[in-house]
Design a protein around this ligand. Structure first.
Ligand code: SF4
Length: 449
Protein backbone atom coordinates (compact mmCIF):
# COMPACT_ATOMS: atom_id res chain seq x y z
CA UNK A 1 0.00 0.00 0.00
CA UNK A 2 1.09 3.55 -0.56
CA UNK A 3 0.68 5.71 2.47
CA UNK A 4 -0.38 8.99 0.99
CA UNK A 5 -4.04 9.73 1.39
CA UNK A 6 -5.60 12.09 -1.17
CA UNK A 7 -6.66 15.41 0.34
CA UNK A 8 -9.79 15.02 2.43
CA UNK A 9 -11.99 18.08 2.18
CA UNK A 10 -15.13 17.94 4.26
CA UNK A 11 -18.08 20.01 3.04
CA UNK A 12 -20.89 21.37 5.18
CA UNK A 13 -23.97 23.15 3.84
CA UNK A 14 -22.03 26.43 4.12
CA UNK A 15 -18.69 25.39 2.65
CA UNK A 16 -20.23 23.48 -0.27
CA UNK A 17 -21.29 26.88 -1.64
CA UNK A 18 -17.59 27.48 -2.47
CA UNK A 19 -16.96 24.16 -4.24
CA UNK A 20 -16.31 24.72 -7.95
CA UNK A 21 -18.70 21.98 -9.10
CA UNK A 22 -21.49 23.28 -6.88
CA UNK A 23 -21.10 26.86 -8.10
CA UNK A 24 -21.82 25.72 -11.64
CA UNK A 25 -25.30 24.47 -10.69
CA UNK A 26 -28.29 26.62 -11.65
CA UNK A 27 -29.22 29.15 -8.94
CA UNK A 28 -32.54 27.41 -8.30
CA UNK A 29 -30.74 24.18 -7.39
CA UNK A 30 -28.31 25.91 -5.08
CA UNK A 31 -31.21 27.69 -3.41
CA UNK A 32 -33.01 24.37 -2.85
CA UNK A 33 -29.92 22.90 -1.21
CA UNK A 34 -29.55 25.99 0.97
CA UNK A 35 -33.15 25.84 2.22
CA UNK A 36 -33.62 22.07 2.57
CA UNK A 37 -30.27 21.54 4.29
CA UNK A 38 -31.39 23.80 7.11
CA UNK A 39 -33.83 21.04 8.07
CA UNK A 40 -32.24 17.82 6.82
CA UNK A 41 -28.54 17.24 7.45
CA UNK A 42 -26.00 17.72 4.66
CA UNK A 43 -22.41 16.55 4.60
CA UNK A 44 -20.08 15.62 1.74
CA UNK A 45 -16.38 15.20 1.10
CA UNK A 46 -13.94 15.64 -1.78
CA UNK A 47 -14.07 11.96 -2.84
CA UNK A 48 -17.86 11.99 -3.10
CA UNK A 49 -17.83 15.28 -5.01
CA UNK A 50 -15.02 14.34 -7.40
CA UNK A 51 -15.46 10.59 -7.90
CA UNK A 52 -19.10 9.71 -7.43
CA UNK A 53 -21.24 12.54 -8.79
CA UNK A 54 -21.82 13.09 -12.50
CA UNK A 55 -22.07 16.88 -12.47
CA UNK A 56 -22.86 17.13 -16.19
CA UNK A 57 -26.03 15.15 -15.62
CA UNK A 58 -26.72 16.08 -12.02
CA UNK A 59 -30.50 16.27 -12.52
CA UNK A 60 -30.80 12.58 -13.26
CA UNK A 61 -27.71 11.48 -11.36
CA UNK A 62 -28.57 9.05 -8.54
CA UNK A 63 -25.42 9.96 -6.63
CA UNK A 64 -26.29 13.68 -6.68
CA UNK A 65 -29.77 12.86 -5.37
CA UNK A 66 -28.28 10.55 -2.77
CA UNK A 67 -26.09 13.27 -1.30
CA UNK A 68 -27.63 16.67 -2.13
CA UNK A 69 -30.95 17.72 -0.58
CA UNK A 70 -33.64 18.25 -3.20
CA UNK A 71 -36.48 20.78 -3.18
CA UNK A 72 -39.10 17.99 -3.22
CA UNK A 73 -37.70 16.43 -0.05
CA UNK A 74 -39.69 19.00 1.93
CA UNK A 75 -43.42 19.60 1.53
CA UNK A 76 -44.44 22.91 -0.03
CA UNK A 77 -45.49 24.10 3.42
CA UNK A 78 -42.18 23.20 5.09
CA UNK A 79 -40.12 24.59 2.24
CA UNK A 80 -41.96 27.89 2.13
CA UNK A 81 -41.81 28.33 5.93
CA UNK A 82 -38.03 28.03 5.76
CA UNK A 83 -37.73 30.11 2.61
CA UNK A 84 -39.70 33.01 4.09
CA UNK A 85 -37.50 33.13 7.17
CA UNK A 86 -34.32 33.15 5.08
CA UNK A 87 -35.73 35.74 2.67
CA UNK A 88 -36.61 38.09 5.52
CA UNK A 89 -33.27 37.64 7.27
CA UNK A 90 -34.86 36.11 10.34
CA UNK A 91 -32.63 35.73 13.39
CA UNK A 92 -30.66 32.53 13.88
CA UNK A 93 -32.87 31.83 16.87
CA UNK A 94 -36.09 32.18 14.87
CA UNK A 95 -34.74 29.90 12.16
CA UNK A 96 -33.57 27.31 14.69
CA UNK A 97 -37.02 27.36 16.33
CA UNK A 98 -38.80 26.73 13.02
CA UNK A 99 -36.29 24.08 11.99
CA UNK A 100 -36.98 22.19 15.20
CA UNK A 101 -40.74 22.37 14.65
CA UNK A 102 -40.44 21.03 11.11
CA UNK A 103 -38.10 18.24 12.18
CA UNK A 104 -40.58 17.09 14.78
CA UNK A 105 -43.21 16.94 12.02
CA UNK A 106 -40.93 14.61 10.03
CA UNK A 107 -41.41 11.70 12.42
CA UNK A 108 -37.94 11.41 13.97
CA UNK A 109 -39.34 8.68 16.27
CA UNK A 110 -38.28 10.30 19.49
CA UNK A 111 -39.32 7.50 21.81
CA UNK A 112 -39.38 4.46 19.59
CA UNK A 113 -35.87 3.18 20.08
CA UNK A 114 -36.09 3.38 23.84
CA UNK A 115 -37.90 0.05 23.74
CA UNK A 116 -34.74 -1.78 22.73
CA UNK A 117 -32.40 -0.37 25.36
CA UNK A 118 -31.26 -3.21 27.62
CA UNK A 119 -30.55 -2.90 31.34
CA UNK A 120 -27.86 -4.12 33.67
CA UNK A 121 -28.44 -4.12 37.43
CA UNK A 122 -31.61 -2.13 36.76
CA UNK A 123 -29.65 0.57 34.94
CA UNK A 124 -30.24 1.28 31.24
CA UNK A 125 -27.36 0.91 28.79
CA UNK A 126 -27.80 3.85 26.41
CA UNK A 127 -26.00 3.32 23.12
CA UNK A 128 -26.88 -0.37 23.10
CA UNK A 129 -29.89 -2.08 21.52
CA UNK A 130 -30.92 -5.67 22.05
CA UNK A 131 -33.93 -6.33 19.85
CA UNK A 132 -33.24 -9.86 18.65
CA UNK A 133 -31.96 -12.70 20.84
CA UNK A 134 -28.60 -13.33 19.18
CA UNK A 135 -27.65 -9.85 18.05
CA UNK A 136 -26.80 -6.69 19.99
CA UNK A 137 -26.21 -3.30 18.39
CA UNK A 138 -23.53 -1.03 19.82
CA UNK A 139 -23.38 2.69 19.00
CA UNK A 140 -19.89 4.00 19.87
CA UNK A 141 -19.99 7.72 20.70
CA UNK A 142 -17.20 8.62 18.31
CA UNK A 143 -18.90 6.85 15.39
CA UNK A 144 -22.12 8.85 15.34
CA UNK A 145 -21.42 10.71 12.12
CA UNK A 146 -20.54 9.66 8.55
CA UNK A 147 -18.12 10.61 5.78
CA UNK A 148 -21.10 12.03 3.90
CA UNK A 149 -24.84 11.95 4.62
CA UNK A 150 -27.38 10.08 2.53
CA UNK A 151 -30.46 12.18 1.90
CA UNK A 152 -32.79 9.28 2.71
CA UNK A 153 -31.07 8.43 5.99
CA UNK A 154 -33.44 7.24 8.70
CA UNK A 155 -30.77 8.06 11.26
CA UNK A 156 -30.90 11.75 10.46
CA UNK A 157 -31.92 12.70 14.03
CA UNK A 158 -28.47 11.43 15.05
CA UNK A 159 -26.86 14.17 12.97
CA UNK A 160 -28.93 17.23 13.81
CA UNK A 161 -28.39 17.50 17.53
CA UNK A 162 -31.69 15.97 18.65
CA UNK A 163 -29.70 14.51 21.48
CA UNK A 164 -32.66 13.06 23.38
CA UNK A 165 -32.97 10.44 20.66
CA UNK A 166 -29.32 9.97 19.99
CA UNK A 167 -27.76 6.62 20.73
CA UNK A 168 -24.15 6.59 21.73
CA UNK A 169 -21.97 5.21 24.44
CA UNK A 170 -18.40 5.13 25.59
CA UNK A 171 -19.31 2.61 28.26
CA UNK A 172 -17.57 -0.41 26.79
CA UNK A 173 -16.95 -2.02 30.19
CA UNK A 174 -20.62 -1.93 31.15
CA UNK A 175 -21.42 -3.35 27.74
CA UNK A 176 -18.92 -6.17 28.31
CA UNK A 177 -20.58 -6.96 31.66
CA UNK A 178 -23.93 -7.10 29.89
CA UNK A 179 -22.58 -9.51 27.27
CA UNK A 180 -21.04 -11.74 29.96
CA UNK A 181 -24.50 -12.08 31.46
CA UNK A 182 -26.11 -12.83 28.09
CA UNK A 183 -24.60 -15.99 26.69
CA UNK A 184 -27.38 -16.15 24.08
CA UNK A 185 -25.77 -13.22 22.25
CA UNK A 186 -23.47 -14.36 19.45
CA UNK A 187 -23.27 -11.24 17.29
CA UNK A 188 -22.27 -7.67 18.07
CA UNK A 189 -22.95 -5.04 15.41
CA UNK A 190 -21.02 -1.78 15.59
CA UNK A 191 -23.20 0.86 14.03
CA UNK A 192 -23.79 4.60 13.93
CA UNK A 193 -23.53 6.83 12.01
CA UNK A 194 -20.53 5.06 10.61
CA UNK A 195 -18.06 3.36 12.96
CA UNK A 196 -15.43 3.65 10.22
CA UNK A 197 -15.29 7.38 10.87
CA UNK A 198 -13.40 6.50 14.07
CA UNK A 199 -9.65 6.35 14.36
CA UNK A 200 -8.31 2.81 14.48
CA UNK A 201 -7.03 3.28 18.03
CA UNK A 202 -10.56 4.05 19.24
CA UNK A 203 -12.20 1.21 17.32
CA UNK A 204 -9.46 -1.08 18.60
CA UNK A 205 -10.35 -0.29 22.22
CA UNK A 206 -13.92 -1.32 21.64
CA UNK A 207 -13.15 -4.44 19.62
CA UNK A 208 -10.32 -5.72 21.83
CA UNK A 209 -12.71 -5.68 24.78
CA UNK A 210 -14.84 -8.24 22.93
CA UNK A 211 -11.99 -10.63 22.14
CA UNK A 212 -11.47 -11.71 25.75
CA UNK A 213 -11.82 -15.41 26.69
CA UNK A 214 -14.85 -14.80 28.90
CA UNK A 215 -16.72 -13.51 25.85
CA UNK A 216 -16.05 -16.57 23.76
CA UNK A 217 -19.80 -16.83 23.00
CA UNK A 218 -19.43 -13.70 20.83
CA UNK A 219 -18.73 -15.41 17.51
CA UNK A 220 -19.31 -12.59 15.05
CA UNK A 221 -18.38 -8.93 15.00
CA UNK A 222 -20.10 -6.87 12.36
CA UNK A 223 -19.29 -3.30 11.39
CA UNK A 224 -21.98 -1.40 9.51
CA UNK A 225 -20.33 1.16 7.21
CA UNK A 226 -20.62 3.22 4.06
CA UNK A 227 -16.94 4.12 4.06
CA UNK A 228 -16.25 1.73 1.17
CA UNK A 229 -18.41 4.02 -0.93
CA UNK A 230 -17.87 7.45 0.64
CA UNK A 231 -14.19 7.24 1.69
CA UNK A 232 -12.56 3.96 0.59
CA UNK A 233 -9.12 5.30 1.47
CA UNK A 234 -10.11 4.62 5.08
CA UNK A 235 -9.00 1.04 4.42
CA UNK A 236 -5.93 1.72 2.29
CA UNK A 237 -4.38 5.19 2.53
CA UNK A 238 -5.45 6.85 5.78
CA UNK A 239 -2.56 7.27 8.21
CA UNK A 240 -3.90 4.44 10.40
CA UNK A 241 -5.22 2.23 7.55
CA UNK A 242 -2.44 -0.32 8.06
CA UNK A 243 -3.31 -0.55 11.77
CA UNK A 244 -6.95 -0.98 10.83
CA UNK A 245 -6.20 -3.96 8.60
CA UNK A 246 -3.98 -5.47 11.31
CA UNK A 247 -6.93 -5.12 13.70
CA UNK A 248 -9.19 -6.93 11.23
CA UNK A 249 -6.59 -9.69 10.92
CA UNK A 250 -6.41 -10.01 14.69
CA UNK A 251 -10.17 -10.47 14.97
CA UNK A 252 -10.12 -13.19 12.31
CA UNK A 253 -7.12 -14.90 13.91
CA UNK A 254 -8.96 -14.93 17.24
CA UNK A 255 -11.41 -17.36 15.62
CA UNK A 256 -14.27 -14.84 15.37
CA UNK A 257 -16.04 -13.89 12.17
CA UNK A 258 -15.59 -10.32 11.06
CA UNK A 259 -18.22 -8.98 8.69
CA UNK A 260 -18.09 -5.57 7.09
CA UNK A 261 -21.74 -4.76 6.46
CA UNK A 262 -21.19 -2.49 3.47
CA UNK A 263 -23.84 -0.08 2.35
CA UNK A 264 -24.11 0.52 -1.43
CA UNK A 265 -27.16 2.09 -3.06
CA UNK A 266 -26.10 2.00 -6.71
CA UNK A 267 -23.58 0.16 -8.85
CA UNK A 268 -21.90 3.47 -9.61
CA UNK A 269 -20.39 3.37 -6.12
CA UNK A 270 -18.64 0.14 -7.08
CA UNK A 271 -16.77 1.54 -10.05
CA UNK A 272 -13.92 3.74 -8.72
CA UNK A 273 -10.54 2.05 -8.45
CA UNK A 274 -10.17 3.31 -4.88
CA UNK A 275 -13.26 1.33 -3.86
CA UNK A 276 -12.02 -1.84 -5.58
CA UNK A 277 -8.64 -1.55 -3.92
CA UNK A 278 -10.27 -1.05 -0.53
CA UNK A 279 -12.52 -4.07 -1.01
CA UNK A 280 -9.53 -6.24 -1.89
CA UNK A 281 -7.58 -4.91 1.10
CA UNK A 282 -10.42 -5.81 3.49
CA UNK A 283 -10.89 -9.29 2.03
CA UNK A 284 -7.15 -9.92 2.28
CA UNK A 285 -7.43 -9.60 6.07
CA UNK A 286 -9.84 -12.56 6.18
CA UNK A 287 -12.85 -10.36 6.89
CA UNK A 288 -15.94 -10.84 4.76
CA UNK A 289 -18.14 -8.18 3.19
CA UNK A 290 -21.92 -8.35 3.02
CA UNK A 291 -23.90 -5.67 1.25
CA UNK A 292 -27.20 -3.95 1.90
CA UNK A 293 -29.31 -1.01 0.76
CA UNK A 294 -32.86 0.22 0.84
CA UNK A 295 -34.81 0.42 -2.43
CA UNK A 296 -35.40 4.11 -3.16
CA UNK A 297 -37.32 6.08 -5.75
CA UNK A 298 -34.98 8.37 -7.73
CA UNK A 299 -31.92 6.29 -6.72
CA UNK A 300 -32.34 2.61 -7.48
CA UNK A 301 -36.01 1.86 -8.32
CA UNK A 302 -34.96 -0.18 -11.33
CA UNK A 303 -34.32 -3.95 -11.46
CA UNK A 304 -31.39 -3.37 -13.79
CA UNK A 305 -29.62 -1.24 -11.17
CA UNK A 306 -29.99 -3.98 -8.57
CA UNK A 307 -29.00 -6.85 -10.88
CA UNK A 308 -25.93 -4.93 -12.03
CA UNK A 309 -25.06 -4.00 -8.46
CA UNK A 310 -25.36 -7.58 -7.15
CA UNK A 311 -23.32 -8.97 -10.06
CA UNK A 312 -20.61 -6.40 -9.48
CA UNK A 313 -20.56 -7.09 -5.75
CA UNK A 314 -20.15 -10.82 -6.37
CA UNK A 315 -17.42 -10.10 -8.93
CA UNK A 316 -15.61 -8.27 -6.13
CA UNK A 317 -16.20 -11.22 -3.76
CA UNK A 318 -18.82 -9.49 -1.66
CA UNK A 319 -22.01 -11.22 -0.53
CA UNK A 320 -25.33 -9.50 -1.41
CA UNK A 321 -27.40 -9.59 1.77
CA UNK A 322 -30.43 -7.28 2.03
CA UNK A 323 -32.73 -5.09 -0.01
CA UNK A 324 -34.57 -3.02 2.60
CA UNK A 325 -37.72 -0.93 2.34
CA UNK A 326 -37.34 2.79 3.07
CA UNK A 327 -38.59 3.79 6.51
CA UNK A 328 -41.28 6.20 7.57
CA UNK A 329 -39.15 9.16 8.58
CA UNK A 330 -37.63 12.36 7.20
CA UNK A 331 -38.21 12.79 3.44
CA UNK A 332 -39.90 9.39 3.09
CA UNK A 333 -42.50 10.72 0.62
CA UNK A 334 -39.69 11.53 -1.83
CA UNK A 335 -38.17 8.06 -1.78
CA UNK A 336 -41.03 5.74 -0.92
CA UNK A 337 -42.13 2.89 -3.14
CA UNK A 338 -45.26 0.75 -2.61
CA UNK A 339 -44.43 -2.69 -1.23
CA UNK A 340 -45.78 -4.41 -4.33
CA UNK A 341 -43.56 -2.30 -6.57
CA UNK A 342 -40.55 -2.98 -4.35
CA UNK A 343 -41.27 -6.70 -4.60
CA UNK A 344 -41.51 -6.46 -8.40
CA UNK A 345 -38.15 -4.69 -8.54
CA UNK A 346 -36.64 -7.37 -6.32
CA UNK A 347 -38.21 -10.23 -8.29
CA UNK A 348 -37.12 -8.93 -11.68
CA UNK A 349 -33.58 -8.25 -10.50
CA UNK A 350 -33.40 -11.65 -8.77
CA UNK A 351 -34.49 -13.37 -11.99
CA UNK A 352 -31.69 -11.69 -13.94
CA UNK A 353 -28.77 -12.90 -11.82
CA UNK A 354 -27.23 -16.30 -11.31
CA UNK A 355 -27.78 -18.35 -8.17
CA UNK A 356 -24.55 -17.12 -6.70
CA UNK A 357 -26.03 -13.60 -6.32
CA UNK A 358 -29.20 -14.96 -4.73
CA UNK A 359 -27.86 -14.77 -1.22
CA UNK A 360 -29.79 -11.51 -1.06
CA UNK A 361 -33.11 -11.24 0.79
CA UNK A 362 -35.74 -8.66 0.04
CA UNK A 363 -37.70 -6.55 0.11
CA UNK A 364 -37.40 -6.46 3.90
CA UNK A 365 -39.08 -4.14 6.37
CA UNK A 366 -37.24 -3.64 9.64
CA UNK A 367 -40.44 -2.94 11.56
CA UNK A 368 -41.72 -3.04 15.14
CA UNK A 369 -42.28 -6.82 15.40
CA UNK A 370 -39.12 -7.74 13.48
CA UNK A 371 -37.62 -8.00 10.04
CA UNK A 372 -40.44 -8.91 7.66
CA UNK A 373 -39.79 -10.07 4.12
CA UNK A 374 -42.37 -9.52 1.40
CA UNK A 375 -42.36 -12.91 -0.33
CA UNK A 376 -44.85 -11.85 -2.96
CA UNK A 377 -48.41 -11.24 -4.08
CA UNK A 378 -50.62 -14.30 -4.59
CA UNK A 379 -54.26 -15.29 -5.13
CA UNK A 380 -55.30 -17.68 -2.37
CA UNK A 381 -58.78 -18.93 -1.46
CA UNK A 382 -60.32 -16.29 -3.69
CA UNK A 383 -58.39 -13.43 -2.10
CA UNK A 384 -55.44 -11.40 -3.37
CA UNK A 385 -52.84 -11.32 -0.59
CA UNK A 386 -49.32 -10.40 0.35
CA UNK A 387 -47.32 -13.39 1.54
CA UNK A 388 -44.92 -12.36 4.29
CA UNK A 389 -42.51 -13.98 6.70
CA UNK A 390 -40.24 -12.97 9.55
CA UNK A 391 -36.49 -13.13 9.01
CA UNK A 392 -36.08 -11.85 12.56
CA UNK A 393 -38.71 -11.55 15.25
CA UNK A 394 -38.98 -10.20 18.74
CA UNK A 395 -39.97 -13.77 19.52
CA UNK A 396 -37.60 -16.13 17.65
CA UNK A 397 -40.53 -18.55 17.26
CA UNK A 398 -42.11 -16.17 14.73
CA UNK A 399 -39.18 -16.54 12.33
CA UNK A 400 -39.84 -18.26 8.97
CA UNK A 401 -43.60 -18.60 9.57
CA UNK A 402 -45.53 -17.43 6.51
CA UNK A 403 -48.43 -15.07 7.17
CA UNK A 404 -50.81 -13.17 4.94
CA UNK A 405 -52.07 -9.62 4.56
CA UNK A 406 -54.79 -8.25 2.34
CA UNK A 407 -53.38 -6.98 -0.92
CA UNK A 408 -53.05 -3.20 -0.90
CA UNK A 409 -51.51 -1.69 -4.00
CA UNK A 410 -50.50 1.54 -2.28
CA UNK A 411 -49.22 0.21 1.05
CA UNK A 412 -45.66 1.22 1.82
CA UNK A 413 -45.18 -0.11 5.37
CA UNK A 414 -46.29 -2.96 7.60
CA UNK A 415 -48.62 -0.83 9.71
CA UNK A 416 -50.69 -0.08 6.58
CA UNK A 417 -51.44 -3.79 6.04
CA UNK A 418 -54.39 -5.69 7.52
CA UNK A 419 -54.69 -9.46 7.97
CA UNK A 420 -56.13 -11.52 5.11
CA UNK A 421 -58.89 -14.16 5.19
CA UNK A 422 -61.05 -12.29 7.69
CA UNK A 423 -58.57 -12.56 10.56
CA UNK A 424 -58.77 -9.74 13.05
CA UNK A 425 -55.09 -9.71 13.96
CA UNK A 426 -51.79 -10.98 12.64
CA UNK A 427 -50.66 -14.12 14.47
CA UNK A 428 -47.99 -12.27 16.43
CA UNK A 429 -50.10 -9.28 17.48
CA UNK A 430 -51.19 -10.31 20.99
CA UNK A 431 -47.69 -11.41 21.91
CA UNK A 432 -46.18 -8.26 20.44
CA UNK A 433 -48.61 -6.17 22.47
CA UNK A 434 -47.55 -7.89 25.65
CA UNK A 435 -43.84 -7.56 24.76
CA UNK A 436 -44.33 -3.84 24.13
CA UNK A 437 -46.67 -3.33 27.05
CA UNK A 438 -49.61 -2.52 24.80
CA UNK A 439 -47.78 0.18 22.88
CA UNK A 440 -47.79 -1.61 19.55
CA UNK A 441 -47.75 1.24 17.13
CA UNK A 442 -44.16 2.27 17.68
CA UNK A 443 -41.53 1.64 15.07
CA UNK A 444 -38.07 0.71 16.21
CA UNK A 445 -36.55 2.20 13.18
CA UNK A 446 -33.01 2.67 14.35
CA UNK A 447 -31.91 -0.79 13.30
CA UNK A 448 -30.72 -0.89 9.71
CA UNK A 449 -29.38 -4.35 10.24
S1 SF4 B 1 -25.93 6.32 8.71
FE1 SF4 B 1 -25.73 5.24 6.77
S2 SF4 B 1 -27.55 5.86 5.61
FE2 SF4 B 1 -27.26 7.35 7.24
S3 SF4 B 1 -26.02 8.99 6.35
FE3 SF4 B 1 -24.64 7.58 7.37
S4 SF4 B 1 -24.01 6.24 5.72
FE4 SF4 B 1 -25.85 7.22 5.00
Amino acid sequence: MTHTAPPYIAYSSNSIQHAAQFQKLPAIERHAVEIVSKVLPFKANSYVIEELIDWDNFKSDPMFTLIFPQREMLSDDHFSRMEQLVKHNASAQAIAHEVQKIRMELNPHPSAQLRNIPQIDGQPLPGVQHKYRETVLFFPSQGQTCHAYCTFCFRWPQFVGMSDIKFATREIQTFVEYLKAHKEVTDVLFTGGDPMIMKTSILENYIDALLKDDLSHIRTIRIGTKALSYWPYRFTHDPDADDLRRLFERVVKSGRNLFIMAHFNHYRELQPKAQRDATRAILDTGAQIRTQSPVLKHINDDPNVWATMWREQVDQNMIPYYMFVERDTGPKQFFEIPLEHAWNIFREAYQRVSGICRTVRGPVLSATPGKVQVLGVADLAGERVFTLRFLQGRNPDWVARPFFAKHDQGATWLDQLTPAFGDEKFFYQNELNSILGGDSDIDDSISFE
